[in-house]
Design a protein around this ligand. Structure first.
Ligand SMILES: NC(=O)c1ccc[n+]([C@@H]2O[C@H](COP(=O)([O-])OP(=O)(O)OC[C@H]3O[C@@H](n4cnc5c(N)ncnc54)[C@H](O)[C@@H]3O)[C@@H](O)[C@H]2O)c1
Length: 360
């Protein structure tokens, strides 16, 4: 097992989760450098976390440090150029969500992966908790029956000060509102658990913030299996909650939390009867209690590096949520249902989430 040289690009709010994950895996990772355009910020983070070298420019860092792995934690509009630069420097990339601002950008990243033979994975830490792993196992063993009805609600509160940060509030810089940046975690989880989606119908609105992007979206999704899901993504909800409810033929699995879940945040209700009792017992037999965290995902990413194989949440597994969000916005802006696969090069929603060219 190799010990990889890792570097961070971006040392803002989310850096703490990455530092925590790297510290937990220090036998497998050597944190060699951090980069931020804000010199005071990167120097202070390096001093506090004991990172040996600080840079204000990613290209300079990549040329000097030759990292094996780069974590990108900058605003969404910078993800594409920084990802391409890291790949071209021979590094794997672990990039914060949303990976990029459009399907066109995603496809550029995919082409760069093929060219450089390095991989790009998106941070979706919610996929990696023990409760979700266990649920997937039970579903995979056909114990739950077919998925039928889903409720997926990200009801968060983001005030005017949150949107006063210059990169927030515009499609070109933030990619979208709560759909693209907040609810993306729970929607990604739903789509990953329930297999391919087929069609989405959506509405978005900007009700109470002075921003270009939406502050609420609502959507109905139909899956290939025939299952239906209802989605709400809000930045306007004073009592904040993330709620995912999954009704299968034989049981309901629900999680109610805010940003992280442990096993205790899940509730599992099987149909009454002997079969249901056995199912409830199977649910209780979760082998461990692991939070869906950056550390959990990074552990598996390093395993993929050891084996030099495509990591989880990359390739088609990362494109799915970008396509779903582009389709949700297209449905909302055109007031038409949108089917998976319908947005192709030449479609305005292939190049941007609001169907208008990004002004950068
Ligand atoms: N996985 C999660 O749960 C989670 C939570 C919060 C944020 N995020 C994501 O993390 C990313 C960053 O969010 P944040 O809240 O930390 O933002 P932030 O504004 O707090 O920090 C961004 C930092 O990037 C720096 N920066 C900008 N452009 C740069 C460039 N080209 N080169 C180097 N540095 C640059 C800025 O100076 C700033 O310090 C976003 O994509 C966001 O969606 C993920």
């Amino acid at each position: 097992m190799s010990r990889y040289r890792v570097a961070l690009i971006g040392t803002g709010g989310i850096v703490t989760s990455h530092l925590e994950a790297i510290a937990a895996l220090s036998d497998r990772l050597e944190l060699v450098a951090a980069v931020d355009q804000n010199a005071a910020r990167v120097e202070s983070v390096c001093a506090q976390a004991g990172i040996p070298r600080a840079y204000t420019d990613a290209e300079t860092m990549l040329a000097a440090e030759h990292p094996d792995l780069v974590h990108i934690l900058t605003p969404p509009a910078t993800h594409l150029p920084l990802t391409l630069a890291a790949l071209d420097a021979g590094a794997w990339v672990w990039c914060e969500k949303p990976l990029c601002r459009s399907l066109a950008e995603f496809d550029q990243i995919a082409a760069a992966e093929a060219r450089t033979r390095c991989y790009v994975s998106t941070v979706f830490q919610w996929r990696f908790g023990s409760a979700v792993e266990h649920l997937r196992r039970l579903a995979g063993e056909q114990l739950l029956g077919r998925p039928l009805v889903a409720v997926c609600q990200t009801l968060w509160y983001r005030d005017a000060a949150y949107y006063a940060v210059p990169w927030r509030g515009r499609f070109a810089t933030e990619t979208g509102g709560p759909t693209a940046t907040l609810g993306i975690h729970l929607m990604d989880l739903l789509l990953w658990l329930w297999g391919e989606w087929e069609e989405v119908q959506a509405t978005v609105a900007t009700l109470d913030r002075l921003i270009q992007v939406e502050d609420v979206s609502m959507a109905l999704v139909r899956f290939e299996s025939g299952a239906l899901g209802s989605i709400v993504n809000s930045a306007l909800s004073p009592r904040q909650e993330s709620y995912l409810r999954l009704d299968y033929q034989r049981a309901t699995a629900e999680v109610k939390t805010l940003y992280r879940y442990a096993n205790a945040d899940w509730r599992f209700t099987a149909l009454p009867g002997a079969e249901g009792d056995a199912l409830a017992a199977a649910w209780q037999a979760i082998p461990c209690d692991r939070i869906g965290s950056h550390t959990a995902q990074l552990t598996l990413l390093l395993d993929s590096m050891d084996r030099n194989e495509r990591p989880l949440v990359s390739g088609a597994e990362a494109r799915r949520i970008i396509e779903f969000i582009a389709s949700l916005y297209k449905s909302a802006f055109t007031r038409q249902p949108v089917r998976r696969g319908a947005i192709t090069p030449g479609d305005p929603f292939y190049a941007s989430m609001n169907g208008a060219p990004y002004d950068d």
